[in-house]
Ligand binder design. Structure first.
Ligand SMILES: [Zn+2]
Length: 114
């Protein structure tokens, strides 16, 4: 099977498909999905990513590095002991991002810094 990007599906386990679906419905390999997301970050002002397990990088769901975390400050919020991480990050093009995440290994909602 050849995908929309012209590659075969990424190496994968029996529990995953080795492909990613773009918002426009095209099915591409993981490597291309990461590349497309990085390219989109150049013009996008919002980014939904994952904070990696040690809190040092923002990643795609397939593990591609999108940006390096430059500061990660945790604040307690509310009365239930929950924590919010305030993040700043810089991507490979030098563009700066800031946002919040509930914690490592979870999503991070980022916005491009002015
Ligand atoms: Zn591909």
């Amino acid at each position: 099977m050849t995908l929309a990007c012209g590659h075969d599906p990424s190496p994968h386990s029996e529990y995953s498909t080795g492909t990613a679906h773009l918002p426009d419905g095209r099915e591409v390999c993981w490597e291309c999905a990461d590349t497309i997301q990085r390219d989109a970050m150049v013009s996008e002002t919002k980014l939904l990513a994952y904070l990696n397990s040690d809190g040092t990088a923002l990643q795609t769901w397939s593990g591609g590095i999108l940006a390096r975390v430059t500061s990660n400050v945790a604040h307690k919020v509310g009365f239930h002991g929950s924590t919010r991480h305030y993040l700043t990050a810089i991507d490979p093009t030098g563009k700066k991002w800031h946002g919040t995440s509930p914690g490592t290994g979870m999503y991070a909602k980022m916005r491009a810094s002015k």
